[in-house]
Design a protein around this ligand. Structure first.
Ligand code: KG4
Ligand code: ZN
Length: 396
């Protein structure tokens, strides 16, 4: 099955085309194309993602990215000598209606996609939520228009399911290869800018959120603390780099202690907003001593330690309680080197028989490859007019 996947839930426009076949327990995949266009530089001056800027950029990027992906995958019409047919008036009207709120996309679609013969793709997958509503809708409407024009089914995909399956990918190569095996029950720690959840899965497409954040997500806490420290957006990589530097630098001995929120609570929920407030008070206090800049690495390190200790402690406890055979890590914060290292170490010690799967660094952030994978494992093919975006969609 050849899947073309589209992801626009936040500030990356991403398209992937994969050829994936075989039984779900042992599929083989070849990545025909995988492109991510990041808008992070555009949003950085605002200190966060501006939904309408993201919407505008997705509109601008989707068609050039799609054309590039189809070509890279070797599925373009020139190569395959596929004939095209002019769409009937009713189809044209449907497409115009679908894209009426994205006029810029509609005009490009009419010029560049309508004349293009359909590539030999079996289904189109698209992130339908959770995410920023204006950003999600561009991708969903684009996918609906494409599926209508190419007369193909559409598979709506939960963005968090994408992050959950992302560690199964071993390579991003076009050579056919196996995926990492997933053994159930599996426990996923999903940590991104908008979510922090522990998800128990007992089969493909069966999810139970056993714990989640009660306030800020882990990535959001990194971003907010980075801002308090005067570091640019996105803050996760900045804090993580400062903390790594601190780990190597043993000269500076500053004792800073931050709380580990909810580390001893009996449930699997998290809370990171108090930690951010603790950093705020600490900085206010240090401003009097005028040494905030000097102790920035120490704060970054202690903040990162606090977040990671709580995440790992609860993950291990849940993994033991549910006897997880596979533990999965996913989401933007999974790029954090210390989290990767410490989780691996803790599991090797506490649950040596379990298997930890961590995504490749390049697949921790938002991408369409993980959306293609989730579509393959759990997707239901639907008629384009039945698919919509849902900003607060939950895994269920
Ligand atoms: O999954 P993602 O790319 O987008 C969402 O779906 O939210 O996650 C983005 C989040 C941001 O908050 C970013 O600061 C955080 O992931 N992040 C990190 C690191 N790299 C990205 N957090 C901690 N350490 C990192 N190295
Ligand atoms: Zn994400």
């Amino acid at each position: 099955m050849i899947i073309l996947a589209i992801e626009t839930s936040c500030d990356e426009t991403a398209i992937a085309i994969v050829d994936i076949r075989g039984p779900k327990t042992r599929p083989r995949i070849s990545v025909l194309s995988h492109i991510i266009s990041s808008q992070v530089k555009l949003h950085a001056p605002f200190g966060g993602v501006v939904p309408n800027v993201a919407k505008r950029e997705h509109q601008k990027n989707l068609i050039p990215l799609l054309l590039h992906a189809v070509k890279e995958a070797g599925l373009d019409s020139q190569k395959l000598k596929i004939q095209n047919s002019k769409p009937q008036r009713t189809m044209q009207n449907t497409i115009e209606k679908i894209l009426e709120r994205e006029p810029r996309l509609l005009s490009q679609f009419t010029k560049k996609i309508i004349p293009l013969p359909p590539p030999p793709v079996d289904a189109i997958a698209v992130t339908s939520g959770p995410g920023l509503a204006p950003a999600l809708w561009v991708g969903v409407n684009f996918a609906r228009a494409l599926a209508t024009r190419w007369e193909m089914p559409l598979i709506p995909v939960n963005h968090m399911a994408g992050h959950l399956y992302s560690p199964l990918l071993k390579t991003q190569s076009s050579q056919r290869s196996a995926l990492n095996p997933l053994r159930f029950p599996a426990l996923a720690l999903l940590v991104s800018g908008g979510h922090t959840e522990l998800v128990l899965t007992r089969g493909y497409g069966k999810y139970k959120i056993i714990g989640e954040t009660l306030d800020d997500a882990a990535g959001e806490a990194f971003d907010k603390v980075a801002r308090l420290l005067g570091l640019p957006y996105p803050g996760g990589p900045e804090i993580s780099a400062l903390a790594e530097k601190k780990t190597k630098d043993t000269r500076q001995k500053i004792a800073i202690t931050l709380p580990r929120p909810m580390i001893h609570s009996k449930n699997y929920h998290f809370s990171f907003s108090g930690l951010k407030t603790a950093v705020l008070y600490l900085i206010d206090d240090r401003k009097k001593k005028n040494d905030v800049k000097q102790i920035r690495p120490a704060i970054a390190k202690e903040f990162q330690n606090a977040v990671i200790e709580v995440l790992i402690k609860k993950t291990i406890r849940a993994a033991k309680e549910y006897r997880a055979k596979t533990i999965l890590l996913g989401g933007g914060v999974a790029a954090n080197k210390q989290l990767r290292r410490d989780l691996e170490r803790a599991l090797r010690k506490e649950m040596p028989r379990s298997r930890l799967l961590i995504p490749q660094q390049a697949l921790t952030g938002d991408n369409a490859l993980m959306i293609a994978l989730a579509a393959y494992f759990t997707g239901k093919k639907m008629a384009p007019n039945k698919v919509g975006a849902e900003a607060n969609k939950k895994l269920s």
